[in-house]
Design a protein around this ligand. Sequence first.
Ligand SMILES: Cc1cc2nc3c(=O)[nH]c(=O)nc-3n(C[C@H](O)[C@H](O)[C@H](O)COP(=O)(O)O)c2cc1C
Length: 392
Amino acid sequence: MTDLSITVNGMKFENPFLLGSGPPGTNGKVIARSYDLGWGGMVCKTFSLDASKVINTAPRYAKLRGRTSDEVIGFQNIELISDRPYQDWLDDLRQLKKQYPHKILIASIMEECRKEAWQQIVREVQETGVDGFELNLSCPHGMPERKMGMAVGENPDLVEEVARWVKEVARIPVWAKMTPNVGNPTVPAGAALKGGADGIAMINTILSVCGIDLKTLRPMPTVEGYSVPGGYSGQAVRPIALRQIMEVARANPGVEISGLGGIETGYDAAQFFLLGASTVQVCTGAMLRGYEIITELKDELSKFMVDHKFANLREFIGKSLPFFSTHHDLVDRQKSARDAKRGGAQPQRARRRDLEGRHRQRDQHAGHQLVLRPALTSSPGAAAVALAAAHA
Ligand SMILES: Cc1cc2nc3c(=O)[nH]c(=O)nc-3n(C[C@H](O)[C@H](O)[C@H](O)COP(=O)(O)O)c2cc1C
């Protein structure tokens, strides 16, 4: 029997699949429907204190399709946060918690970079009974012009400051949702944790230009002939999300990460857990394939767990992290493996010692302090044993 339940920052999820912030969680009615279908939790569409400043365009989506099929590979949006009145959100959240006390409801919030504004929204929203907050520090379009979203998320000092303001008044867990539009994702994520965030959600969308219409020569999505770079999501972004989550998980062992970016199957989700996520979120996948995919997601993840004899999620969260190394280590491993094939194990050990000595010299020469990680110190044989043990 596989157990898909998990407790994260004190929140008990019946399964680790949440709908990610966006159109799937646009009001109380659709959120209730997602709970009825079996989603373990929901991060609602981001809202702020004053919806009157939010003006969306139509169209606001563009799709990148496969060359040989109609399949949507990538999805771009220039949608802003919710334009529904703040009071409507408070009513919906209160009602949902009454109706579904055991389903996890996370409020995605965004505010101008002022302490009073962030603390007001946190104080008022937590009165509705929601289980946690996700701070949208990452929307890449529209909001940065107002110094919100990614304008905060790409600046580690602001990230730390906002997290600290929120944590001063929050009585429930707080996740910081990070932007992938930075070189080193560990820096802003580290700042959020330093400011007191309880967990990290990543990734939000990647800045993109989805394409140019070759008839009109105008960029897409085209609004009155013009466009702006938008946020890219869907299966095309999954490898980028996995890389960034891997980096943040390695830099912050034990920190809870809610992973998202291109998850459309339970097997996609399994990869996020293997790289350190403890819950996963789905946004574009549910927009394209419907809320009903939750049944498939759960079945596929359970099947993966049965195949590997994992009884619960914590048994394999982060399991693939030790198998990232450096490029020169890969070269060494490959050479050792070839030598072993040719000449047996005894000379290989000597050669390994020799190589480690040479690397130490080279790294010192390059001014690096040599950090021996488990993956670097063990032989390819040991890695194989570890891998076998991981699957035992
Ligand atoms: C149309 C659309 C609207 C979105 N709106 C929000 C939002 O309001 N707040 C937010 O934090 N993320 C928003 N996102 C980002 C998603 O929550 C998610 O981080 C991103 O799309 C990557 O995951 P996915 O590939 O599963 O969609 C939106 C995404 C899409 C496609």
